[in-house]
Design a binder for this molecule. Structure first.
Ligand SMILES: *Cc1c(COP(=O)(O)O)cnc(C)c1O
Length: 424
């Protein structure tokens, strides 16, 4: 019975498997890693990340794949995507710094974000990135001023808001009318003309990103059709649109009954609408590259039975993985070492002083004891990237495994690391 449930693991990540009742990732024993490096511990599978970039490149042979750095900004992960030929989609100066550190060519970097500061814009213009995905009228003016000051033409795309509902969590829907992102597609033409009138800007593209964790491709089709409509109007109006950037957002398997869509599925859905388009396609996948590459290992500290309610208290908290707290996100949890006994219904909670600090609520998990290790699946995207020092907790260690080899890509923080900036 118990083992049957775990057969689903391969659907999350083909490199994740039980051998003699013990969980392995790319041939590495997760129990041994937890013992050696401690918990909470993030472990990522390099082969999985490579496979996903390759799958995007196969499905979209003429596109530029810009990995969305915000999903996981460990520079070693970004370097891995670069090795596979990806560029980078960044949303801050820090992410631009990270992408450059990882060796990504500036000519493959695109930069979105509603609140780019003057300092960030200057940094990106100096580095001569491929293009800015502009989110407001005022931003066009500032980009033009910076271009003037630095004596450079600044390449821009306008991020348009196609007003489609991606049918995902409201906090990760970004392409609806009421959202702070982008410029309403109906006003876009006016803004394109304005951008053309600014002499230090070069208008090169159209950008849109409708949201994240999108499992049903139909909202993409709707968005692409609107973007192509705008593209045709702009071409007629004499614009030289070189790039159509459709953002990221492809969802991944979190729940056992969810699909893990392939880039190929997205290609089949949207390529027909792009047939007449001359511009180069750009995609910005984040979650679908790294999400199921990563797991979070945590150790059971205490069990607590309140009669009407049972708790498994672990050493990973909302400061390590905040998705359950802010999106009510589901993360599948499996034991690192199988016990062939019955399931318990429990909340899996962290040590943080917040009721929202949980990894799972009312979940049936295999019976565990103090000291057991649990693996939280699908933790590679927006996991470590959203972690914090809340409760003065040092940030977790991150490991990259590839074909039996282990590399520490971020050592565990010390108390000093947390407080260093207070005493400089
Ligand atoms: C977050 C984001 C992405 C990546 O989204 P995923 O759902 O992780 O693929 C891509 N582009 C932009 C502009 C984003 O804000």
């Amino acid at each position: 019975m118990v083992k049957l449930k775990f057969m689903l693991l391969k659907e999350y990540n083909p490199y994740l498997e039980y051998k003699n009742g013990e969980l392995f990732l790319e041939g590495v024993s997760l129990k041994e890693l937890a013992k050696e490096y401690g918990t909470p511990l993030y472990v990522y599978s390099a082969s999985y990340i490579r496979d996903r970039i390759r799958a995007y490149k196969e499905a979209f042979p003429n596109a530029l794949i810009c990995y969305a750095v915000k999903a996981n900004f460990n520079p070693h992960i970004v370097a891995l995507t670069k090795e596979e030929g990806a560029g980078a989609d960044v949303v801050s100066g820090g992410e631009l710094y990270c992408a450059l550190k990882a060796g990504v060519e500036p000519s493959k970097i695109v930069y979105a974000g509603v609140g780019k500061t003057l300092q960030e814009i200057t940094f990106a213009v100096e580095k001569d990135i491929l293009m800015f995905n502009v989110e407001s009228h005022m931003e066009l003016d500032v980009l033009n001023e910076v271009g003037e000051r630095l004596g450079k033409k600044v390449r821009v795309a306008i991020r348009v808001n196609p007003d489609v509902d991606p049918r995902t969590h409201p906090y990760i829907s970004t392409g609806m009318k009421k959202s702070k992102f982008g410029i309403d597609i109906k006003q876009a033409k006016e803004e394109y003309r304005y951008a053309r009138s600014l002499k230090n800007l070069e208008v090169v593209g159209i950008h849109c990103h409708i949201g994240s964790q999108i499992l049903d491709v139909s909202p993409y089709i709707e968005a692409v059709e609107k973007v192509v409509g705008l593209y045709e109007e702009l071409i007629k109006d004499g614009f030289d649109i070189k790039y159509i950037d459709l953002g990221g957002g492809l969802g991944i398997k979190y729940q056992p009954d969810q699909a893990n869509p392939e880039p190929e599925d997205l290609a089949k859905a949207i390529m027909p609408s792009l047939r007449g388009v001359q511009a180069k396609l750009i995609l910005e996948p984040g979650r679908s590259i790294v999400g199921n590459a990563g797991i979070l290992l945590t150790q059971v500290q205490f069990l607590k039975d309140k009669g009407h309610k049972h708790f498994v208290i672990v050493d990973a908290g909302m400061n390590d993985l905040i998705r359950p707290a802010i999106y009510s996100a589901y993360h599948h949890i499996v034991p690192v070492v199988e016990r062939d006994v019955k399931y318990i219904k429990t909340d899996v909670v962290g040590p943080i002083c917040e009721t929202g600090d949980f990894l799972a609520l009312d979940r049936e998990i295999p019976y565990v004891e103090r000291g057991d290790y649990l693996a939280v699946l699908s933790a590679g995207a927006y996991g470590f990237a959203m972690s914090s020092h809340y409760n003065a907790r040092p940030k977790a260690c991150e490991l990259l495994v590839e074909k039996g080899k282990v590399k520490v890509i971020r050592r565990r923080e010390t108390y000093e690391d947390i407080f260093n900036a207070c005493f400089s």
